[in-house]
Design a protein around this ligand. Structure first.
Ligand code: PGA
Ligand code: ZN
Length: 421
């Protein structure tokens, strides 16, 4: 039985307001359960994401305040849930969806709803005397410790440099365990820092804790990564540390043209550039290589490279089971990024993952560029057996909290496998 749900406006890792949600519940045979969770927030958002409610009051936080979303939780959502008993998380989530009544959660705010849904998922697990990750058993796949993807060079809207591509990630696919994968990420991150410093380049950080050097061409970033990987003593490739990129290209696409380092590219020219990158560098995964509004380009990209590498849809799918289904039918990509706040409830997120599984798409669990120390996504990735997770650099509290929980889960459960699955 839910006793209370309560929210308050706090700060995320980017110094923007977000919600802290506290849920109190009573379960038969248990002490009272009190859960507190923080809500993530993106910067390069897909246009079909569930709608975050922001106040728009320019006198507070440049309009970014979330007092209206806080009021959704403390008013309507509290009134609807308090005193009620829910047999499952799915039923509670559907109650939230019905209460909001819109298709994109814009009335109460997806940021309000997702905070309550995540807190409720912890409460259900606690009531069943399970770890959160164990409560996801049986929904998607067999549990597994995912390969961490460390975003060590930041560009796009996550940094103020001239680099248009948003994320350059280290994927220690060849590591024997999560602890060794984290060690590889950290050692290469340190090597990269020294390398940048030795070349008189900035070691200032972007929003996800990666470096934001003054480079513009994506290939310069790839050269730096390969050098850092080898300097740190690892093999650059899928038998050691591979590279995954997220250009987040919707951000530099307009009217049929992609603008990279000041030069215009058509969809087909971008596809050729990616094909060349995959040949020259150990790039095994490309996310949002083309824009969310360029479905024909995505189809050609998928026919060209879909058998060779992972092609992840983030902005184009928005963790939306319906859009992912369309993508599967139309041959768009072969993987989906999974962000709980893009769709707004844990139940719908699991539906998106099931849709991927049934369509043979891989599932890539993700944080947002604005985070709190909350570790929900680490549990989600383990319990669903997604096989891949990205939570930014192997540095900064809100990023490493997720990686550290993976190491702790591995230590407590020695039988859990590690890897892409
Ligand atoms: P966001 O970026 O959280 O700022 O949307 C993450 C991503 O594009 O994967
Ligand atoms: Zn992305």
């Amino acid at each position: 039985t839910i006793r209370t749900v309560h929210a308050v406006e706090i700060l995320d890792s980017r110094s923007r307001p977000t919600l802290s949600v506290t849920l109190a519940a009573a379960a038969p045979g248990n002490d009272d359960i009190v859960i507190r969770t923080g809500v993530p927030a993106g910067a390069s958002t897909g246009s079909r994401e569930a709608t975050e409610l922001r106040d728009g009051d320019k006198d507070r936080y440049s309009g970014q305040g979330v007092l209206k979303a806080v009021e959704s939780v403390n008013g309507e959502i509290h009134e609807r849930l308090a005193g009620h008993e829910f047999p499952s998380l799915a039923e509670l989530d559907h109650e939230l969806i019905d209460l909001d009544g819109t298709t994109n959660k814009s009335r109460l705010g997806a940021n309000a709803i997702v905070g309550v849904s995540i807190a409720a998922s912890y409460a259900f697990a606690t009531a069943e005397r399970q770890q959160l990750w164990q409560s996801f058993f049986g929904f998607v796949g067999a549990p597994d410790l995912p390969v961490p993807h460390f975003n060590v060079i930041n560009g796009g809207v996550h940094a103020l440099n001239e680099l248009d591509f948003q994320e350059f990630m280290l994927a220690p696919i060849g590591a024997p365990s999560i602890a060794e994968a984290v060690r590889a990420g950290s050692e290469v991150y340190s090597a990269l820092r020294s390398l940048l410093h030795s070349r008189n380049m900035s070691v200032g950080l972007g929003d996800e804790g990666g470096f934001a050097p003054e480079i513009a061409e994506p290939e310069e970033a790839l050269d730096l990564l390969v050098e850092a990987i080898t300097t740190a003593g690892y093999t650059a490739g899928t038998d050691g540390v591979a590279i995954a990129i997220d250009p987040a290209s919707s951000e530099f696409y307009s009217d049929g043209t992609y603008t990279v380092a000041g030069k215009p590219f058509s969809s087909d020219e971008m596809i050729e550039r990616y094909a060349e990158m995959v040949k020259r560098y150990p790039v095994y995964s490309i996310e949002d290589g083309l824009s969310e509004s360029d479905w024909p380009g995505w189809q050609r990209l998928t026919s060209r490279l879909g058998d060779t590498i992972q092609l992840v849809g983030d902005d184009i799918f928005c963790t939306n089971p319906g859009i992912i289904s369309e993508g599967i039918d139309q041959g768009v990509g072969n993987s989906a990024l999974i962000k709980v706040n893009q769709i707004g409830t844990v139940t719908e997120t699991l539906d998106a993952m099931i849709t991927c599984r049934d369509g043979n798409y891989t599932q890539f669990v993700s944080h947002r560029s604005g985070e709190t120390p909350d570790t929900f996504i680490a549990d989600l990735a383990v319990g669903t057996g997604a096989g891949r997770i990205k939570s930014g650099a192997p540095a900064r509290g809100e990023r490493v909290s997720k990686y550290n929980l993976l190491i702790e889960i591995a230590d407590d459960n020695r039988e859990l496998p590690f890897g892409l699955g």
